[in-house]
Design a protein around this ligand. Structure first.
Ligand SMILES: [Zn+2]
Length: 82
């Protein structure tokens, strides 16, 4: 007794060529938590505004600056005098 072969769905079941525009998802602004549309026309996505985006970038810049400042400078001069 052979097991019944599973019938694969035809490839034509995939999305139609013309998909209707879907509503943009609403996400929370990482900076202030305000609900904002994550849409291509939203220049500051995922942020709600330019101010929030700059604010976040500034925070990252400060963090990076601090980390870089902690690193000791390269001492290419050898004190052993070789
Ligand atoms: Zn915001």
């Amino acid at each position: 007794m052979a097991a019944p072969a599973t019938t694969d769905p035809p490839l034509s079941m995939s999305l139609p060529p013309s998909t209707p525009p879907r509503p943009a998802p609403v996400v929370e602004c990482p900076a202030c938590g305000e609900a904002t549309r994550f849409a291509p026309d939203n220049t500051w996505r995922p942020f709600c505004s330019q101010r929030c985006k700059l604010q976040d970038l500034g925070a990252w810049a400060n963090e990076g600056y601090r980390v870089a400042a902690i690193e000791p400078p390269d001492d290419t001069l050898d004190p052993s005098g070789r």
